[in-house]
Design a protein around this ligand. Structure first.
Ligand code: ZN
Length: 295
């Protein structure tokens, strides 16, 4: 049987339509997990019926609100062979021309989020879009003095971020925590994974959705054990603090949540469970509205 799920999932948030676009999946390694011993991580993944080695799902999002088309991240483009880079085909499948995108919100400048911003030739995929990113993110990746102090192993990441952001340089808007970047969309700075790592909070009508970026990479582990991080978190302790804060916020405020590395189709709620949290996938419904009003 071919793929039963087209990697496209629409959800209504107030008046906005948010579409998850699956970009692909790649193999991770429990050796990347920090703050939790590998055997325990493997046992938890087995208990939650995940494959080993674990796979990291990658998605990006299209938000259609008030006549605007907004992308949130752009997937990995051609960076990992055929594993990633499917978001463009998903957009095409729903009839959305990348040239019609008004704004691109970037959570952070890691390869699986920004490499899809550019073609193989380095041209802008979203040729007419303004790019919105946290000032702390560009202040890190685009600063040659920061790069000069980074270890050899990190140099490739600087190159990828700089190449992906370059064609947007003249139409880039740098924002900070809490700033409303578009009507109903505000920046939520969640630093640690990267310095400017930012979630985007979308409010429309009575509904609120947090698109949180890389707070969780392995849903089978990190909701139950939020102290678990990933080796590529630039500041693991700060990332842990941001994860604790984000989880507390979405659970307390009963926000709808999505993220680039949540299991497709990515949307759900978070509740407290024992010493950690549990993710409750949003139950599919055939109707277009009134799905998540929390009263
Ligand atoms: Zn990522």
């Amino acid at each position: 049987m071919p793929h039963a799920n087209p990697g496209i999932h629409h959800v209504k948030v107030g008046e906005a339509v948010v579409t998850a676009l699956n970009d692909g999946q790649f193999d991770a390694d429990t050796a990347w997990v920090t703050g939790l011993a590998a055997p325990e991580a493997e046992a938890m993944l087995r208990d939650s019926f995940r494959v080993l080695p674990p796979r990291i799902t990658v998605s990006c999002f299209l938000v259609e609100i008030a006549g605007r088309r907004v992308m949130v991240d752009a997937g990995g483009g051609g960076a990992m062979g055929g594993l990633l880079g499917h978001a463009g085909a998903r957009l095409a499948a729903i009839g959305v021309d990348p040239k019609s995108i008004d704004t691109v919100l970037v959570t952070h400048a890691h390869v699986d989020h920004v490499n899809g911003l550019v073609t193989a030739d380095g041209a802008a995929v979203f040729a007419n879009a303004e790019l919105v990113i946290n000032a702390a993110e560009t202040g890190f990746w685009l600063d040659k003095s920061v790069q000069a102090q980074a270890p050899e192993s990190a140099q490739a990441y600087f190159g990828i971020a700089q190449r992906a952001l370059a064609p947007y340089e003249k139409r880039m808007r740098l924002v900070k925590d809490g700033e409303e970047v578009l009507p109903g969309i505000a920046a939520v700075h969640l630093p640690g994974h990267t310095p400017g790592h930012t979630g985007w909070r979308l409010s429309s009508g009575r509904d609120t959705l947090l698109i949180w970026g890389d707070v969780v990479h392995l849903p089978g582990l990190q909701f139950a054990r939020p102290e678990a991080g990933m080796a590529f978190d630039i500041d693991g302790d700060l990332g842990r603090a941001s994860r604790a804060r984000a989880l507390d916020m979405v659970a307390t405020d009963r926000l709808l949540l999505t993220g680039m590395h949540l299991d497709f189709p990515t949307f759900g709620h978070v509740r407290r469970a024992g010493t950690g949290y549990a993710f409750e996938p949003l139950v599919w419904a055939p109707t277009e509205s009134g799905l998540f009003a929390q009263g």
